[in-house]
Structures are given as structure tokens and as C-alpha cells.
Design a binder for this molecule. Structure first.
Ligand SMILES: C[S@@+](CC[C@H](N)C(=O)[O-])C[C@H]1O[C@@H](n2cnc3c(N)ncnc32)[C@H](O)[C@@H]1O
Length: 324
């Protein structure tokens, strides 16, 4: 499996630097993937640090386990979402950690495996053989085909609008509802046909299907909900001085991270003119990256997946820490 699992870690040096690793540290990689970041983390916390790697995808866990076998019992893997960090770490008897990395989205391996249904490229035969699945964990939950079959027209429109910022969301939702009266949409080819018939655009930089597939993937995996809960969980499990580092790949994710860090660094989130704080919020994070860190030109040239990457980092402050 590991030999087939091609995924080049994005912003590797930068994420390791911002995690501020120390020998003997306990670090969570919430998105283990092929284990590229995890390997560098394990080297950074050598000789006795512990890495706990989460992934929803059993194939990713198998590939990463094989890659990291040389680190022995310094690696623990968990087949769960990073949104469940708190109970999963408690089950392992781990009370606090020094770092949390979230490298969001799908791996190149998932994108390139046609059977997973994340991509729409290829020949007519290939797209006709690509099921509309898109689950990170292919053993659980609703597939994209299920969603396209069951969702109301209004929910479809909201999905394309909110998660794909798609011009023509309404038109596409209507076209899907009409098409599925004839036959369910089961493959990438079925969906591509409807996208073409509805004549929705992807903007000048994208294939029209890019935003549609992105929106469905985000909805199927509740990616933004998982991210919000994962960030809350990271704050709960980090020890003071510990760092959370997040690499996101589209503006919706980056916005969630930016706003979460900003609110956690401010503490009180009451509206500006509220005379006395009623939210009871306290400062939990200090933002380390004022602006998102983006890949150097050489990395973007060598790895197209890196082009949209934005890294943000924040540090856990002790309870009652000063307002930033
Ligand atoms: C971009 S890849 C990570 C690549 C990894 N950093 C590496 O160096 O190989 C993202 C991985 O996170 C997993 N993933 C996405 N959302 C997740 C979630 N909520 N919980 C756990 N794993 C998740 C995906 O299955 C995928 O394997």
C-alpha cells in the first residue's frame, strides 16, 4: 500500500517550524494521510516523543502505519475524525498534547483513486466508471450519490452556493432534480452531463465541475463542521505553550480557521457595544501567523496541489492569559 500511496506533504518545513517541536513532545497529526508530515514530526520529537495519528480513511492509516513502522511504539494510530480528538485521546490515557497539525482535505492518493469518486477528470470510460462516493471513510455515511438522490432542491442549491460559491447554483439544483426523475445520478459522467446541460460556470480559472465536486465533497464529509469542532478540540487538549497548525486549501476553510483563531485570541466575543461581557469567553490562543503562510514559488511549481495552501498557527495560552 505505502508504495502506491503517492502524496507529497505540503508546506512541510513551515509546518514543522510552526509546531515548535521539542524532544519528548506529544503531538497529534489529525490528518495522517500518507504519513509525510508525521514522519518529520517524529524526527522533531525524537528520541522519545509520541505521535498520535488520526485519519478517517482506513487505506491512509494502513499506508502511514507501514511508512512509520520504524518508529515502533512512538506512533499510535486512530481510525476516527479529528473532531473526536478529546474522547479518543482520553481513551488512550493521554491528557495533554504539545502540538496539533491539521492538513485538511483529501490526499493525492484519494484524488487519484478513481473508485473513491473525488475526481471528474479522465476519459469518457473513466468518468462512467467513477462512482459518486466522496466519503473520506468509505465504510460509513451517505455518499455523494445518496445526497444527489435524496436532497431537496433547496438543499442542493445551498450546498453548491455555500460550499462551492458556484455561479448558477439554483440552475444546477433544478437540473439535478429534473435529471434524477429519469434516472439516479450514480457516476461522475452522469453529474458532468447535467453540469454541462445546466451550463453553470466555474469562473475563468476552473473547470465548471471543480466547484460542484468540491461542494459535494465538503457536504458529504461535513468538512467545515468537523474543522470547527476539531479546532475547539485542539484548544481543549493543548497544554499551555502547545501549538495548533492548520493547512487549508480553499477560502472557506481558511476563513473558519482565521475567525476561530481571532475569536480565541480575543476571548470575549460579545458585540462591540455590549457594556458588560455576557459571553463569558476567555483568551485561549495567541495567533502566531498574522498572515497566512503560503508556499514558495518553487514548491507551487513542483506540486500543483500546494498552490492554494494557506498555513495558520496559534499557541495555547494558560487559562486567564492576557488579551492579545
Ligand atoms: C491532505 S491529506 C494529509 C496528508 C498528510 N499530511 C501527509 O503528509 O501525507 C488529508 C488526510 O486527512 C484525512 N481527513 C480529512 N478529514 C479528516 C477528519 N475530519 N478526520 C480525520 N482525518 C481526516 C483524509 O482522509 C486524508 O487522508
Amino acid at each position: 500500500m505505502a508504495s502506491e500511496f503517492a502524496h507529497r506533504p505540503v508546506l512541510l518545513q513551515e509546518s514543522i517550524g510552526y509546531l515548535n517541536l521539542k524532544p519528548g513532545g506529544v503531538v497529534v497529526d489529525g490528518t495522517l494521510g500518507g504519513g509525510g508530515h508525521a514522519e518529520a514530526i517524529l524526527e522533531g520529537i525524537a528520541p522519545n516523543g509520541l505521535l498520535v495519528g488520526f485519519d478517517l480513511d482506513p487505506d491512509a492509516l494502513a499506508a502511514a502505519t507501514e511508512r512509520l513502522v520504524g518508529f515502533g511504539d512512538r506512533v499510535r494510530t486512530v481510525n476516527a475524525s479529528f473532531r473526536d480528538l478529546v474522547p479518543c485521546l482520553a481513551e488512550l490515557g493521554i491528557e495533554g498534547v504539545d502540538g496539533v497539525l491539521l492538513d485538511l482535505g483529501v490526499s493525492s492518493f484519494q484524488l487519484d483513486t478513481a473508485g473513491r469518486g473525488f475526481r471528474f477528470g479522465g476519459t469518457a470510460e473513466e468518468t462512467a466508471a467513477t462512482p459518486l462516493d466522496m466519503r473520506m471513510d468509505p465504510t460509513r455515511g451517505e455518499t455523494a450519490a445518496d445526497l444527489l438522490r435524496r436532497a431537496s432542491e433547496a438543499r442542493l442549491q445551498e450546498t453548491f452556493q455555500n460550499y462551492g460559491e458556484l455561479p448558477g447554483s439554483k440552475r444546477l439544483a433544478r437540473a439535478i432534480v429534473e435529471a434524477r426523475r429519469e434516472a439516479p445520478l450514480e457516476t461522475a459522467a452522469d453529474l458532468l452531463r447535467v453540469i454541462q446541460e445546466a451550463r453553470v460556470g466555474g469562473g475563468r480559472r476552473h473547470h465548471p465541475a471543480t466547484r460542484v465536486f468540491q461542494a459535494l465533497r465538503i457536504a458529504v464529509n461535513d468538512e467545515l463542521g468537523a474543522l470547527r469542532e476539531g479546532l475547539d478540540a485542539a484548544v481543549t487538549v493543548l497544554r499551555p505553550g502547545g501549538r495548533v497548525v492548520v493547512i487549508s486549501y480553499h477560502s472557506m476553510e481558511d476563513r473558519v480557521v482565521k475567525n476561530h483563531f481571532r475569536d480565541a485570541a480575543k476571548g470575549c466575543t460579545c458585540p462591540p457595544r455590549t457594556p458588560v461581557c455576557v459571553c463569558g469567553g476567555s483568551v485561549t490562543l495567541k495567533v502566531v501567523t498574522r498572515r497566512p503562510v503560503v508556499p514558495a514559488d518553487e514548491e507551487s511549481a513542483a506540486n500543483p496541489r500546494a498552490r492554494s495552501a494557506h498555513l495558520r498557527a496559534a499557541e495555547r495560552v494558560a487559562a486567564g492569559g492576557a488579551t492579545a
